[in-house]
Design a binder for this molecule. Structure first.
Ligand code: ARG
Length: 459
């Protein structure tokens, strides 16, 4: 059977189902351009050390350029018989240029080749992810600027706690994304080490110039240990872990958007372009984009677990198990890029219903802590102040009024320390303005934070 890989060793053809079962070309063809990029660098290095002639290198370059074009135009014929992306491209190259194509694999194994391709592929995807992440962060900064003075209730236990500004809330999301950005940058550092030269597992006896290949491919250095190079996939696990944390964040943002868009909260309007209707209920406008993003966070966390399970029992060095790393990685990258893009597109058009936010903060006794702090400033111990304010809240509840709507005489009935100046701090505006320390919700502080953040992500 002349079509079989390493055919000389085998007396029998591969079982037809096994051929399908073991092939990865249907999904790993996604790394075709990275595979070509790796081969071009390897070939240039082989030429420099005298293994390929200048003519052979030129043939390889022409052949790979043609193949790259065929793939881009969708003309390339992928064959399951050639098992994976690497063998498909190499076989086509040999068809096109003959003997030089057969020399390309000198000093290389698919094991170090695939480990290199995945790294190149993920490096590109991290670039895409960081690009979309920055778009979303910029959208949040713009929105936070517009809403720096917008007062809304801040929640703990999903109960109204203290007033905050909507700008401050948006900047909380921004901070989470900043850490996600750092996680991806950090992941890119460890990922950017070159396996080529590890060959199958033990290195190679050819005098490869690994520094040259690494430099051509933009890797920071060649890897240190050949066994580790072909079997390590922890960079992939890190990528999925960073992705899972990012998706967990997007899922939390989504949950808030969904809640806020409900008639019960009615804090925001999500534009029609990001919502759909119901097939039966004519009145419906459903927040599909955030709901779907919330849902998709689950599959990325699932991919992280898949990769951990894939690796946990593998002995050194390469095992075919590793072929299973690709689909979770590809889907993780797609999901992250798409979810970030949807969010970055949507956020500028999310409209705050400022009056509703304000009234909601007003209804929830959100300035009770401010009243306690006021009494402390007048000399009362905090625990006693807590008790006094509790009584005032009870009166408010029983009479259907906010603290700021109680009369001075009523308030003084709870403590003689209360003066007419109390109404300054019982207002929502006074409450947020007072929290002007670093990290606080005061509009001025939030504006400063926005300014610094803008610097940080664009500068
Ligand atoms: N398709 C394989 C993978 O994805 C490439 C490496 C195959 N190496 C081997 N010795 N069978 O991991």
């Amino acid at each position: 059977n002349s079509e079989k890989l390493s055919s000389a060793r085998f007396a029998e053809a591969t079982d037809a189902f096994v051929e399908e079962f073991t092939a990865s070309v249907n999904f790993d063809q996604r790394m075709a351009q990275q595979d070509i990029q790796g081969s071009l660098a390897h070939a240039a290095m082989l030429c420099k050390i005298g293994i390929l002639t200048e003519q052979e290198l030129a043939d390889i370059r022409n052949g790979l350029a043609q193949i790259s074009g065929e793939i881009t135009r969708g003309e390339f014929v992928w064959s399951v018989k050639q098992e994976d992306v690497h063998m498909n491209i190499e076989a086509r190259l040999t068809d096109l240029i003959g003997i030089a194509g057969k020399k390309l694999h000198t000093g290389r194994s698919r094991n170090d080749q695939v480990a290199t391709d995945i790294r190149l592929y993920l490096r590109d995807e991290i670039g895409n992810i960081l690009g979309q992440l920055q778009r979303l962060q910029l959208a949040l900064l713009d929105k936070a600027e517009q809403e720096a003075d917008t007062i809304m209730p801040g929640f703990t236990h999903l109960q109204v706690a203290q007033p905050v500004t909507f700008g401050h809330h948006l900047m909380a999301w921004f901070e989470m994304l900043s850490r996600d950005r750092e996680r991806f940058l950090d992941c890119a550092k460890r990922l950017n080490v070159m396996p080529l030269g590890a060959a199958a597992l033990a290195g190679t006896s050819y005098p490869l110039d690994r520094f040259m290949t690494a430099e051509l491919l933009g890797f920071s250095r060649p890897s240190n240990n050949s066994l580790d190079s072909v079997s390590d996939r922890d960079f992939a696990i890190e990528f999925a872990a960073a992705g899972s944390v990012l998706m967990m964040h997007l899922s939390r943002f989504s949950e808030e958007l969904v809640l806020w868009a409900s008639a019960q909260f009615d804090f925001i309007d999500i534009p029609d372009a990001f919502c759909t209707g119901s097939s039966i209920m004519p009145q419906k406008k459903n927040p599909d984009v955030p709901e779907l993003v919330r849902g998709k966070s689950g599959r990325v966390a699932g991919h992280l677990i898949s990769l951990l399970m894939l690796m946990k029992s593998q002995p050194l060095a390469y095992n075919k198990d590793n072929q299973e790393d690709k689909e979770p990685l590809f889907d993780t990258a797609d999901t992250l890029v798409n979810c970030l893009r949807a969010f970055a597109d949507m956020m500028p058009h999310v409209k705050a219903k400022r009056e509703n936010m304000y009234q909601s903060a007003k209804r929830g006794f959100a300035t009770a802590t401010d009243l306690a702090d006021y009494l402390v400033r007048k000399g009362m111990a905090f625990r006693d102040a807590h008790e006094v304010v509790g009584q005032a809240v009870r009166l408010g509840l029983n009479s259907g009024r906010d603290l700021s709507e109680l009369t001075l005489a009523e308030l003084q009935g709870f403590s003689a320390a209360i003066g007419a100046d109390v109404f300054d701090i019982l207002s929502l505006e006074g409450s947020v303005a007072a929290r002007s320390l670093i990290g606080g919700t005061a509009p001025e502080t939030v504006r400063k934070a926005i300014c610094e953040a803008r610097h940080q992500i664009t500068g």
